[in-house]
Design a protein around this ligand. Structure first.
Ligand code: 5GP
Ligand code: 5GP
Length: 219
């Protein structure tokens, strides 16, 4: 129906910088031991609430997003066959627990995709199309934010560089700690309308775990 209700307010399209995933105590691994390109990769497309609310299923708990919406709807690889090469390039895994990207996609579908209101094909297509439209790596380079072991960048400048790539919609930035305990840009969250296509300003905090000056390590 034209007015089908989604019970979430927006998506986070979450992309990870491989340099910051790998430069940690835990480190990283590559499928087939082939190092991927020095480019942001998709982590997920996550339905989200604009405000946390009481969790219907668990008394005294709040939930800030829906997840695992349908336990029986598991990923069927045959439905995304035509996208597999694109997915391997744009939604690769860096985890050492499983070097199989299909495990990552299956987890993301079960936890987040099942709450998206989309079918499996449309969900993965939307994430790939969003990423293709949003050249984060290029936008940072254009703004003079280049991967470096030494440079430190102002958080506001990084945020503005990403906003330039989204047409003005400001993102949420997440930082992690390097093996040397430095704060570095780990993930970029851009907010997307529940239609899966329209970029919107992120209505929640501007950052997680970042300091005013952050690193952007090489990969
Ligand atoms: P972490 O605790 O590592 O930041 O996140 C663990 C998992 O919780 C993520 O992989 C993701 O599935 C989920 N998660 C974390 N933050 C958010 C959020 O803001 N929104 C949604 N929808 N899921 C999140
Ligand atoms: P989340 O639940 O936070 O959406 O996803 C995190 C889960 O996906 C973890 O169980 C993690 O081990 C697995 N995973 C597999 N590959 C990756 C990867 O490249 N990046 C991240 N962040 N998690 C991955």
């Amino acid at each position: 129906a034209a007015c089908a209700a989604t019970d979430f307010d927006f998506f986070y399209l979450v992309q990870q910088w491989p340099g910051s995933y790998c430069d940690t105590e835990a480190g990283c691994c590559f499928p087939g031991d082939e190092k991927p390109a020095a480019d942001f990769g998709i982590h997920g497309l996550w339905p989200n609430y604009a405000a946390c609310r009481p969790d219907a299923a668990t008394p005294n708990r709040t939930s800030c997003w829906p997840d695992f919406c349908n336990a029986t709807d598991t990923l069927n690889l045959s439905l995304i066959k035509g996208m597999e090469a694109d997915l391997r390039r744009s939604w690769g895994t860096l985890s050492c627990k499983s070097k199989d990207a299909t495990d990552f996609w299956s987890h993301e579908w079960s936890r987040h995709g099942t709450c998206s209101g989309m079918g499996q094909h449309a969900y993965f297509r939307s994430a790939l199309d969003l990423k293709a439209r949003l050249d984060l790596t290029g936008a940072l380079l254009d703004a003079g934010i280049v991967p470096s072991d030494e440079a430190e960048y102002c958080l506001g400048r990084v945020r503005a560089a990403v906003a330039a790539a989204t047409g003005g919609a400001a993102p949420m930035l997440e930082c992690n700690r390097s093996a040397r305990n430095e704060t570095q840009l780990y993930q970029v969250y851009v907010c997307v309308d529940p239609d899966g296509r329209t970029l919107v300003h992120c209505p929640l905090p501007a950052q997680r775990g970042c300091t005013d000056m952050i690193k952007f390590p090489p990969f």
